[in-house]
Design a protein around this ligand. Structure first.
Ligand code: SAM
Length: 241
């Protein structure tokens, strides 16, 4: 059994641990006070893209050294990071936006830390799927987060597996694939399944559109989407909407 200790002090512990620190998904005001403090206190920040994160760190006057940690080097980097953590270095992982590990690098390192008895501490903070899910107005007491669908192989199979799902479904999607995904969703879930598409959450042009798959697809065929997108699909129901 793993016992999770609640800290009685708010200051950073000397214990060996990896901090997973969420960063804003578009609005700098969503950076938490604790995220700023931890990023100032650690010895090293692992960042998905040091240029992108450099702007964030500058804004909050965080001068901690950064190293890159992204999907192309994470396998190679895990061992050396574990060694540094074991020598007592305090390390935080951030991604370009949102919570590390959520459709972003983080899982491999988190798993390696647990295997090596190194404490993990994921701060609560920004992530795109939670506001999209709640904005949808669909039941959010139970939901399935699917992240990105497979790019090519397995895409249709994945959707077909989800067709019978009664819980609300949450998908991440890029703007140029949205119409294609909504076309496939219409074939698998039916054109009259209710969906909600949230775009540019927390940013200037934030919008959430709700309607049937057909209505939303037709809207985006006429108005090609830009920016970042979360698709929320109401779970299958025997009742009429
Ligand atoms: N780690 C992030 C999180 O916690 O949500 C997700 C990173 S993933 C590489 C990027 C995807 O998240 C985007 O393609 C989009 O689907 C979603 N996303 C991120 N920011 C968003 C935003 N401001 N509005 C809508 N979707 C967003």
């Amino acid at each position: 059994m793993t016992v999770v200790n609640m800290k009685d002090s708010d200051s950073i512990s000397k214990d060996t641990r990896l901090y997973l620190v969420p960063t804003p998904i578009g609005n700098l005001e969503d950076m938490t006070l604790r995220a700023i403090r931890i990023l100032k206190e650690v010895d090293l920040i692992l960042a998905e893209d040091t240029r992108t994160s450099g702007r964030l760190l500058n804004h909050f006057e965080i001068e901690t050294p950064m190293q890159s940690y992204h999907m192309h080097n994470e396998h190679k980097r895990v061992d050396s990071i574990i060694t540094r953590l074991k020598t007592g270095d305090r390390i935080a992982l951030i991604s370009d936006a949102g919570t590390p590990g959520i459709s972003d690098p983080g899982f491999l390192l988190a798993r390696a830390c647990i295997e090596q008895d190194i404490e993990l501490e994921c701060l609560p903070g920004p992530t795109a799927f939670v506001p999209a899910l709640v904005n949808s107005g669909f039941p959010c007491d139970r939901f399935v987060f699917e992240g990105f669908l497979p790019v090519k192989k397995g895409r249709q199979t994945r959707l077909e597996l989800l067709a019978k799902e009664t819980r609300t479904l949450v998908l991440y999607e890029s703007p140029h694939k949205l119409v294609k995904t909504l076309t496939q969703a219409g074939q698998v879930f039916g054109e009259d399944r209710m969906i909600s598409v949230s775009r540019e959450l927390t940013k200037l042009y934030e919008e959430t559109l709700r309607g049937t798959v057909k209505e939303i697809r037709e809207h985006f065929e006429i108005h090609p989407p830009k920016g970042e997108i979360v698709i929320v699909i109401k779970g299958r129901s025997d009742k009429k909407r």
